[in-house]
Ligand binder design. Sequence first.
Ligand code: DQA
Length: 139
Amino acid sequence: MVINGPNLNLLGTRKPEIYGQTTLAEIEQRLTALAKELSVELVCYQSNHEGELVTAIQKARGVYDYILLNAAAYTHTSVALRDAIEAAEVPTIEIHLSNIHARETFRHHSMIAPVCVGQIAGLGAKGYELALRYAVETV
Ligand code: DQA
């Protein structure tokens, strides 16, 4: 399952110099095509609401083998998302389009990193595809 958090629905027009010009719909299309090629099922979800993201992660328990998660700004603030990932017991890869470690200091800390398998940051939209390939190889 691919989960994208707040403001990622604005990709394409939101700060393209940082996040690139690819829209979320394009990212999801590419991932869906790659999933087909790799013979796995893929579901995509986006929400701007923390509680809805928590619910989506809770519901993934026992249903999906992997979560690819760009929690966006909630990465840096949300104990609730961290707890949801831990409770779901679904291996989760943290993804960021930008290199959060090279940006403002408030973006350097991830609340969710300790409960994720690993983190991909700074590789743009390609990061999602790399995460999917990794998930399929290691599941
Ligand atoms: C982001 C990085 C976050 O710091 C930011 O709040 C986002 C997007 C990224 O993909 O680079 O909304 O997760």
